[in-house]
Design a protein around this ligand. Structure first.
Ligand code: NAG
Ligand code: NAG
Ligand code: NAG
Ligand code: NAG
Length: 178
């Protein structure tokens, strides 16, 4: 995993050294983070891992939720640069779903897991690579995960993707290795 990070650091060092901050990200999902906020107890946890495969960045994900009413879809959205935590953005990828509306059933644990590759991106990231998705997280924290449900088709739980690592430790490693 560090290979991708180091490679990127080398390629883009002159332009944006801070782009290479981490390979592991997480999101904590809740109703209060939805815009406008929802007062519900449903929650979730997701992890995201960027890797290099066949010289291209890919992203593995795992989404767990506790939602008695089930879920319709899990999507990544790209928020506005103006106020990323308090605005709604456009869909850039669907991680899970859309689910058959007749099969809403309680979820308490893993909702979905898989791998995102370049052709899976659309909306603002259409035609771009997974590395551009990572860049939107590293430079601006623009990407969030949202769970759509029957009761809240616009979003019932939301969480911004943030680094799961210590960015400074990563930078020191990169400098030491370089
Ligand atoms: C959320 O709802 C609970 C009861 O359902 C209530 O006690 C609490 O005050 C509410 N919180 C907010 C911030 O509205
Ligand atoms: C999701 O739950 C599974 C077990 O059901 C666990 O192995 C995994 O670590 C969890 N992932 C996250 C992101 O919490
Ligand atoms: C939701 O919150 C409960 C209570 O804190 C916790 O036990 C559960 O693991 C959380 N669910 C997920 C999917 O993170
Ligand atoms: C979402 O897409 C619409 C149409 O392309 C655009 O006008 C809007 O600015 C986008 N929203 C964000 C937050 O980027």
């Amino acid at each position: 995993m560090r290979i991708l990070c180091l490679l990127l650091a080398f390629v883009i060092a002159l332009h944006a050294p801070s782009s290479c901050m981490a390979d592991e990200y997480r999101a904590t999902l809740d109703g209060f983070s939805v815009v406008p906020p929802l007062n519900i107890s449903n929650n979730g946890t997701a992890t995201f891992t960027f890797k290099e495969e066949d010289h291209t960045a890919v992203m593995y994900f795992q989404v767990n939720i506790t939602a008695p009413g089930g879920a319709r879809a899990a999507e990544l959205h790209q928020a506005s640069t103006q106020d990323p935590l308090n605005t709604n953005g456009n869909t850039t990828a669907v991680l899970w779903g859309p689910h058959d509306p007749h099969q809403d059933k309680p979820v308490d644990g893993q909702l979905g897991a898989g791998k995102l590759t370049t052709p899976d991106l659309f909306g603002p990231l259409k035609g771009l690579g997974i590395i551009n998705l990572k860049d939107q997280i590293d430079n601006g924290g623009l990407i969030y995960l949202v769970i759509l449900t029957k009761d809240h088709p616009e979003g019932e739980m939301r969480g911004q993707l943030i680094s799961a690592e210590n960015p400074y430790a990563t930078d020191i490693l990169a400098v030491a290795a370089g």
